[in-house]
Structure formats: structure tokens, C-alpha cells
Design a protein around this ligand. Structure first.
Ligand SMILES: Cc1ncc(COP(=O)(O)O)c(C=O)c1O
Length: 497
């Protein structure tokens, strides 16, 4: 009894403290008539204790004062005190159509009562209905799908098939890439914070990233975005010199490192996500494909973050690069948060898997396929790709005004609802904003009930990848919060001197 009273008092005090410190701007968050359930579960303190003692110690918490979520509804999340947050990161570009989307929930519940799982040595309709619908989203000859459970597993399989198909182990990836956390995909990843000191995949060449803002070359005319880097370059219309310079890196590897004059695979994200929404110079990917294919190699587009309409203009990120890959990996948004992922490739490449027996227990699971199918329907019915284009462009253009206003906003970039803001100490050197300052800004945004992600190899990019059902009013609120957070940063800085 005493313990209960103590717990109640602690919770009430915490609620009151939070209430008193809630910034006034929160009152401007667009209204929502959804009422979350009253939370009656485990206390926040108990969750913290269990996390500290019993759960993977490598999981990072972004905030100094962590949040405890209990429920989600479309673009919003609710904490255990019932506070509503605008989710601008969507579990890292994963909740594509909205938290607990009613249509997806409904079909999932129906499938739950019918069939959870069976082996793929039998036929069941969910996998076939979904396979037909998913491959219809791809151009020829990308028509064969393998279902997996995670993006890492999808990239593992993509690399595996490419190597079997080409007979060449050598693979080119870009620095800044994130392709997964399995021992093999860690080898394809080129971001130090995700490495362990452990032998990773061999024969992988990690080449200089083609980054028009932070790299050696690039500038005002290089990016496929409404907003260009604020940096001079000598590119001419229709001729991107930065792209040509970066392509020399690809060609150098092909010249110096191709065993028997061959290359196996070139793998890349269509827009680099964890690297901080990094877009390649125009034409770069297309030309890289041509060079790699000339050596017998195949090309893999990692659409784990960029797929399913997120980039707005296109359904797949690779379409924005004007290049059709030979293998596509996808995860995250495919299942709106359900563990589902896939690889799509050509019949010819897929046929290498017949050399032996390939099996994964949950690949093509009826529940997962039913969810995947409903997600595709919702994207189409609710015109979420179009919404990503419209609302994303609006947010990007508004963020560009903040870049002009604040010295610390070095770059804003991206397409659709895959956006990034790179925060710098000063615009001229593009030196990263000190981590402490960056984290204070992110914490401030959280206090204004805006959830964002962190990215970039220097950990100085705010990532904006919300559920694609976000509205323009949400966007207006978010931009006002960004502005306030940047202003708060300047005030804190002024009070230090
Ligand atoms: C571009 C990209 N590829 C692959 C992965 C790995 O996916 P998963 O975490 O589902 O294994 C991620 C995860 O963040 C990703 O962002």
C-alpha cells in the first residue's frame, strides 16, 4: 500500500513538473480528437530499471530525459502520461502509413483469426496475393521476390546472390552507407559508429562518398532536390562536374582492384539515410551502374528507407537516380512497423538460389504478407506518395528559410518526406555543431513534442522522416518548433558569454 502511494506520488510529481515546464508553443500543435487509453501498465521507473539490467546494453537513448511511449495513432505518439508527440522520425522511416492505421489493423486482425503461420512448402494465399501486388510496382525485369524479416537479411541475400551470379566477390559500397548490422552487412556499412572490432565481409571496397555538401566536390547545381547546397561549384547545366570527379573513384577501383578484370556488385542507398539524408550528384548513380556493368557486375539499390513513396516524386528512390538496378532490397516502410522485408531481382539472378535449398522460417509469413498488402493499398487509396511530395516540399522550402536565417543551419536537403538539416558551427567551414549543442536542440524539440532522428557521420544532422500521413498543419507546427529551438540555442549561447 505504502509502495503504491509512493509510486503514485512520484508519478504525479513527475506529471506536474512536466506540465509546468511544457513550452507554450505546444498549445499550437494541430488538434487531434483521438483519445489514448489511460495507461495502467508498468511504471516508467520499472521500465528504466529493466532496460538497465536486462536489455541489450548497446541500445542508445536519444534524450537526456527519456520518453516512455504507450500508444500511437497515425502521425502521433502518446507517452504514459497521455502527452501527444508529433512523430517526425517514424521509428526511423518505418511507420509509413501511420501508427496503428485502422485499415492495416483491421486486415491484420482478420488474418490473425485465420492463419498465423505455415511453412512455405505449402501454398497459402497471402504470400501469392502480396507477391503479385509488390512485383507489379517494379519495372521489368525485376519480377522475382524473396521475403525476409529485416533489411540486414535482405542486403545479406542481395550480396549473396550477386556474388553467386557474377562469380566475383568484389563489391563497391560508398562511405557513409548503412546497409545493416549483421556481420556481413556491417562489412557493407561505412559509418564508424556502427562498427564492431570484428572481422566483417571481405572484398568490399568502400569508396569516397559522392556528397555534394560535405564532400570535396559539389555545390549549387548538383542535387536532385528543390534546395541546393549553399556552396559554389563550377558545374554547368546538364554537366555535373562533381559527379564526374566522384565517378573517377568508381573507375579507379575498377581499374586497380578488379580481380580478373571483373566486379561483382555495386551497392548503394538511393539516398543515404543514416549518413544524414545524403543525396548523390545528378547522374552519378546512373554512370556508376554503367561502369560496373561494363565489368560484368550487377547493381543493388537499398530502398530500405527510400522506398514506398517516401521520396514523393517516385515510388522508389532509384527512379530519382534515373537508373534501374538488378537487385532491390527493402524493409522498414514495407510493413509499417511489422517485421517484414524483401529482395526483388531478375529471374536470371534469382535462379542462382536453386543451386541449393534456400529457406527462412518466417519469410512470406501470412501475417506479414497481409500487412504488406494492406500497406500498399493504403499508400494508393490515401495518395500518400502524393502527400509526401506535397507536404515534404512545403516543409523543405520552409526549412530553407531557416537555413537563410540561422548560421547554424548549414544545409537542408532531401526529397518528399526524407529530409535532413545539417547543423554546423559556421557555414563557411561546415564544421559540425558541437555534439552538446546539437543534443540540446534535439532535446528542446522533444520538449516541444517534436520527435526527430539523428544522423550523419559527425552526428550533426537532424533527420525528418515522418509517417506519410502527416499534414501541412503538422509541417507548419514542426517548422515553428525548429525555429524556436534554433533561437533557444542562440539564447543559451548568448547567456554563456
Ligand atoms: C538503408 C538501410 N539499409 C538496411 C538497414 C537494415 O535494416 P534492419 O535494421 O531491418 O536490419 C537499415 C536500417 O536502418 C537502413 O537504414
Amino acid at each position: 500500500m505504502q509502495r503504491c502511494m509512493r509510486q503514485l506520488l512520484t508519478t504525479r510529481t513527475a506529471q506536474l513538473t512536466r506540465c509546468l515546464s511544457t513550452p507554450a508553443i505546444v498549445a499550437n500543435m494541430p488538434p487531434c480528437d483521438f483519445v489514448p487509453a489511460k495507461y495502467t501498465g508498468m511504471s516508467n521507473e520499472q521500465m528504466s530499471k529493466i532496460r538497465a539490467e536486462n536489455i541489450n546494453p548497446a541500445y542508445a537513448l536519444l534524450y537526456k530525459n527519456p520518453i516512455y511511449f504507450q500508444q500511437g495513432h497515425m502521425q502521433y505518439l502518446y507517452d504514459t502520461d497521455g502527452n501527444r508527440y508529433l512523430d517526425l522520425i517514424a521509428g526511423i522511416a518505418t511507420v509509413s502509413v501511420g501508427h496503428c492505421h485502422p485499415k492495416v489493423n483491421e486486415v491484420l486482425k482478420r488474418q490473425m483469426d485465420r492463419l498465423w503461420h505455415t511453412s512455405n512448402i505449402y501454398y497459402h494465399p497471402a504470400i501469392h496475393e502480396y507477391a503479385e501486388k509488390l512485383v507489379a510496382k517494379f519495372p521489368d525485369p525485376l519480377k522475382v521476390v524473396f521475403f525476409t524479416n529485416s533489411g540486414s537479411e535482405a542486403n545479406d541475400l542481395g550480396l549473396f546472390m550477386a556474388r553467386l551470379y557474377t562469380g566475383c566477390m568484389d563489391t563497391i559500397v560508398l562511405r557513409g552507407a548503412y546497409h545493416g548490422a549483421s556481420p556481413t552487412t556491417m562489412g557493407m556499412t561505412a559509418l564508424s559508429s556502427w562498427y564492431y572490432n570484428y572481422p566483417s565481409a571481405t572484398s568490399i571496397h568502400k569508396i569516397r562518398n559522392a556528397d555534394p555538401y560535405g564532400g570535396i566536390w559539389g555545390g549549387k547545381a548538383c542535387r536532385d532536390s528543390l534546395i541546393q547546397p549553399d556552396r559554389d561549384c563550377s558545374c554547368q547545366p546538364g554537366k555535373c562536374e562533381a559527379s564526374e570527379r566522384y565517378l573517377e573513384e568508381v573507375n579507379d577501383v575498377l581499374t586497380f582492384c578488379s580481380p580478373e578484370n571483373k566486379m561483382g556488385l555495386f551497392a548503394h542507398e538511393s539516398i543515404q539515410g543514416n549518413a544524414g539524408v545524403m543525396q548523390f550528384p545528378k547522374g552519378y548513380i546512373k554512370e556508376a551502374y554503367a561502369a560496373v556493368r561494363a565489368k560484368g557486375g550487377v547493381c543493388l539499390a537499398d530502398e530500405v528507407q527510400t522506398g514506398f513513396g517516401r521520396t514523393g516524386e517516385h515510388f522508389w528512390g532509384f527512379q530519382g537516380n534515373d537508373a534501374v538496378p538488378d537487385i532491390v532490397s527493402m524493409a522498414k516502410g514495407i510493413g509499417n512497423g511489422f517485421p517484414l522485408a524483401a529482395v526483388i531481382t531478375t529471374k536470371e539472378i534469382a535462379s542462382v538460389m536453386r543451386r541449393s535449398r534456400h529457406f527462412n522460417t518466417f519469410g512470406g509469413n501470412p501475417l506479414a504478407c497481409t500487412v504488406g498488402s494492406a500497406v500498399l493499398d493504403v499508400i494508393e487509396e490515401e495518395k500518400l506518395q502524393e502527400n509526401a511530395q506535397e507536404v515534404g516540399s512545403f516543409i523543405l522550402l520552409e526549412l530553407a528559410k531557416l537555413r537563410d536565417e540561422f548560421e547554424i543551419v548549414g544545409d537542408v536537403r532531401g526529397k518528399g518526406l526524407m529530409l535532413g538539416l545539417e547543423l554546423v558551427a559556421d557555414k563557411k567551414t561546415r564544421k559540425a555543431l558541437p555534439t552538446e549543442d546539437f543534443l540540446n536542440i534535439v532535446e528542446d524539440l522533444k520538449d516541444m513534442r517534436i520527435l526527430t532522428g539523428l544522423g550523419g557521420h559527425r552526428n550533426n544532422v537532424i533527420r525528418v522522416k515522418p509517417p506519410m500521413c502527416i499534414t501541412k498543419a503538422d509541417g507548419e507546427y514542426a517548422v515553428a518548433c525548429f525555429k524556436k529551438a534554433f533561437q533557444n540555442h542562440l539564447d543559451r549561447k548568448a547567456s554563456r558569454v
